[in-house]
Design a protein. Sequence first.
Length: 201
Amino acid sequence: MLNQNNENTLYAGFFVRLAAYIIDCILVGLALLVIKIPYFFISIINPDIFIGKPILFKFSAVDIILYLLSLVYFVLMTYFYGATLGKKALKIKVIKQNREKLSLVDVIYRESIGRYLSGLIIFIGYIMIAVDSKKRGLHDILCDTFVIYNFDNELNINNVCGNLEVQQTEIKPELASEELLNSDNNDELKPSEEKQKENEE
C-alpha cells in the first residue's frame, strides 16, 4: 500500500515494507550460510565448543556474530544508499525530514534499538505503519525518518521522453513546409514540360 500526503511524496505502506524486509532476510540468510554451515559441522564434531555456549543471556558467541553481521548490512546499506537491496528492488528508501542525509548515529539507533522496541508487545511498533498517516513505525518516529517511494529515475526518464516528443513536434512543421515547397515546385515544372512537348509536335 502507498499513501500520498502531498504532491511529491508517496509514503510506503506496511505490506511493501514487509516484502522488502523479507527479501533482505532471505539475502542476509543466504550470505550468513558461510558461517552457519561450517559451524554446524564443527558443533557436530565438538558439541562443547565454547563459541556455542551462552555468554549473554541465552545468546552464544555465534548468535551475536550473526546478529552483528546482519546489523552491519542494514546499517551500511541504509546509511550510504538510503535503502537495502530489498527496498531498492521495490523502489522505496529511507529519508530524514526535509530529505536531509541520514546520520550514522541515527541509522544505527533506528536499525538496532529502534527495531527492537518496534518488535516488543506483538510487534506493535511495526503495526503502527498501517495506521500512521505518514506510514511510520515506532523506529521511524524515534529517529524522525520516513520511508517513501523512490521514483526519481522514472521521473527523469519521463522528462527526457517528453522533451523528445516536443522536439519531434517542432521538427514536423518544418518537414511539412519543405514538402509543400517541393510540391509547388513540381507543379510549376509540369506546365513547362507540357509546353515543350507541344512545341516538339
